[in-house]
Design a protein around this ligand. Structure first.
Ligand code: LLP
Length: 430
């Protein structure tokens, strides 16, 4: 059995799995498990690679905060010059907390913005609001008029394009709650242009997440380009096109090995650009997963192994409350041992197991019927590609304190979020 980690973030050296140059076994010993481990160098590299792919086109990368909203991670990206895509007042607060200046590169998406959230974003002077409905347009116009501040807006278009991804994370079809139907959008632009405190500046779309081919993006962008031309013909001054996020990664090791992020980013950039067909617009991009997912792993320890009839279970100390993706989307995450000991190498001993957490739900699993090297109680495993939508989707279900997060950078380690304590969990309760 071939065991592949995720170089350069996670790789084996003399049978020990390292994050950059720090052994994961050391991190487990020092900080406990379950533990989220991120590679700062990988995040920086991926950000730069993505950014670089668009260098020939006027653009701003607005990292999608929802993928991983850790403050240290946001600060690192802000320092690299990243803008941010936020979908709540809370995410906006996070961005402002790490960099007031970053506000000028913030795009605010989301189908249900409240008056308070709109007010906060107006006050912060964000770059643009991606407006998703007529009601939101009216509310924004009203709030902006109240403080006599012009709000720059794009309407989020639902381009009705099918993207081959999990139905829960596909967003660009007519039956989805997101955006405004292409057929209704002309009237809405006219309505927006009539409002004194709205500056109609852009068109936006986001068709879904974990999309692994560029065709759906190209198809959506063709429709957007057509719309931009029609809007320009009607006298609107459209300067921004927001292409959303959604570029997928390879969760399976055999695909990940062949994956070249530079080539992928470049293909994506060209697909978008070609579809825009020479339109003079500033592109906004909202990548989340593709920047951070492979840079993170969830480190966990085997608590119990057991045999129930024909099934063998490996019960680890992380659970669905720490990493929900397998339970919620049936998502595949590669699981690799932290110590590749000699025995394993020599005998190539493997077994087919379910790797599960201790939470009281049958849906609490990380892998089902997976062939893995023999794992014993006390062994450490790394659940790979957990840098995006891992910690961000975590909860305290079963009164489980949330995991700590560490950022590794070369040989340095920083705790970027402490492990929760019972006191933290009880704090708001009476
Ligand atoms: N922009 C908008 C408007 C979005 O809704 C999203 C993701 C993004 C950008 C970033 O997409 P990305 O580049 O990360 O694919 N929890 C799910 C993913 C939900 C994505 C929601 N929207 C998962 O774990 O797969």
């Amino acid at each position: 059995m071939k065991i592949i980690a995720r170089p350069p973030a996670f790789q084996y050296k003399k049978n020990h799995l390292l994050a950059d140059s720090v052994p994961l076994a050391y991190l487990a010993e020092r900080y406990g498990t379950p533990l989220y481990v991120y590679s700062a160098s990988t995040i920086r590299d991926r950000y730069r690679t993505f950014e670089n792919a668009f260098k020939r086109f006027p653009h701003t990368v607005c990292y999608s905060v929802k993928a991983n909203s850790n403050l240290s991670l946001l600060k690192m990206l802000a320092k690299l010059g990243s803008g941010f895509d936020v979908v709540s007042g809370g995410e906006l607060e996070r961005v402002l907390h790490v960099s007031r200046k970053a506000a000028e590169k913030v795009v605010f998406s989301g189908v249900g913005k409240t008056a308070a959230e709109i007010d906060a974003a107006l006050k912060a002077n964000i770059l643009i609001f991606n407006v998703e409905s007529e009601s939101e347009l009216d509310l924004l116009a009203e709030r902006a008029a109240k403080i006599k501040k012009k709000a720059r807006i794009a309407l989020r278009i639902n381009p009705d394009v099918f993207a081959d991804t999990h139905p829960y994370i596909s967003t660009g079809l007519r039956e989805h709650k997101f955006g405004v139907a292409l057929s209704d959008v002309g009237d809405l632009y006219t309505r927006a242009a009539a409002r004194k405190y709205l500056d109609v500046a852009g068109v936006s779309c986001h068709i879904g997440s974990q999309i692994t081919t560029v065709e759906p993006f190209a198809k959506a962008m063709l429709r957007i380009a057509e719309l931009v031309r029609a809007l320009a013909a009607n006298g609107h001054n459209i300067r921004y096109v927001d292409a959303g996020g959604g570029l997928g990664i390879s969760y399976k090791s055999e695909d990940a090995e062949a994956d070249n992020f530079e080539a992928k980013s470049s293909a994506y950039a060209h697909a978008l650009h070609d579809s825009l067909g020479g339109l003079k617009v500033h592109l906004l991009l909202e990548p989340g997963r593709s920047i951070v997912a492979p840079a993170g792993a969830l480190l966990s320890r085997v608590v119990v192994t057991k045999q129930n009839g024909k099934k063998r279970f490996v019960i680890v100390d992380a659970a669905m409350n720490d990493l929900l993706r397998p339970s919620l989307y049936g998502a595949y995450h590669e699981i690799v041992p932290v110590q590749l000991n000699q025995v394993l190498q020599m005998t190539k001993a493997t077994s087919v197991v379910d790797v599960v957490g201790p939470v009281c739900e049958t849906g609490d699993f990380f892998a089902r019927d997976r062939e893995l090297p023999h794992l014993h109680e006390g062994d450490l495993v790394a659940i790979l590609d957990a840098g995006a939508y891992g910690m961000a989707l975590s909860s305290n279900y079963n009164t489980r304190p949330r995991a700590a997060e560490v950022m590794v950078d070369g040989s340095g380690v920083t705790v970027v979020r402490k492990r929760e304590t019972m006191k933290d969990l009880f704090r708001q309760e009476t």
